[in-house]
Design a protein around this ligand. Sequence first.
Ligand code: NAI
Ligand code: MG
Length: 336
Amino acid sequence: EREQKMKLCVISGDGIGREVVPQAVRVLHRLLPALQTVTADAGWDTFRQQGTALPAATLAAARDCGAVLFGAVSSPAYPVVGYRSPIVQLRRELGCHANVRPTLSLPGSGAAEGIDLLIVRENTEDLYVGEEQSDGDTATAIKRITRAASRRVAETAFRLAQDGGRRRVTIVHKANIMPLTDGLFRDAARDVAAAYPQIAVDELLVDTAALKLAQAPQGFDVLLAPNLYGDILSDLAAAFGGGLGVAASLNLGSEAAIAEPVHGSAPDIAGRGIANPVAALLSLALLLRHWWAQPALAASLEQAVRRTLADGIATPDLGGDASTAAFCDAVLVRLD
Ligand code: NAI
Ligand code: MG
């Protein structure tokens, strides 16, 4: 009955977004036969055709569905008047306050063994919003941290830890140097942690976190970080996870969630049908687990992707010769 109400707004975007998204949705339909999908436009081609990279109809469809799959968009290499990044706008409009990025050891991806970590990053404030001023000789950036946003993302991190059967959340900050801003983030996270006695909590200064991630990513479970540190650490973590073809993410809020493979539109391989759909598939698994509350379906999708890779089937970025469609065919065969 719940499944009857499930709707997915499908935004392929540009380049390989148009190749991986339809294939990943084909797999999702097998898991959720009653899923309704609504396709919507966004990106550079959309900007050229409609004068906006995120048409009002797309935003309305995304709001209506709540769940969104966003493939990838191309952005202009030079500043274009009126162009705004549709994904940044969509995250903001839909109130997706947390960005969730797992790193997993996948067979055949070149990843180190034994990694299963989740970075939960604040998605709305911090230096990352780019509020800067300069008189030409002195430049300043504003780092604004609020208790409300810090609590909200911490609650998301602890809830995901609990729902995912995870054991530990590591709070990342630099409160020794920035006791007011990072101290506030840390204190808000500690407050939230008190409500989750069954989940262990520790803290690391961001530089130490980077060192330890580089040395032993297997030692981490959930990392909770302010926006900018989370941005940097999640790319560091992705370096262990088999590259852009497999890196998945979810933007999560209370009204909506956007599944978003980390990669871009990959113009160098677009149009050839060889893009790796794993990042899109694993992003959908995050949506299943954390938005639709379907952990069993999420696990069977992840397991099927794992089995496919373990059987030596892979797209060219991972050294194989499978097409996007052939890879997804192989995943479908391996679904429970
Ligand atoms: P990119 O992620 O598109 O590609 C980087 C490299 O990784 C390329 O060699 C590409 O072939 C490879 N790659 C990426 N995803 C792959 C996949 N699924 N399977 C196999 N190989 C894959 O980044 P790039 O080249 O810097 O940017 C290209 C365009 O994408 C630009 O217009 C950029 O602005 C945009 N972009 C969009 C993002 C988004 O929509 N969220 C994120 C990053 C870039
Ligand atoms: Mg990025």
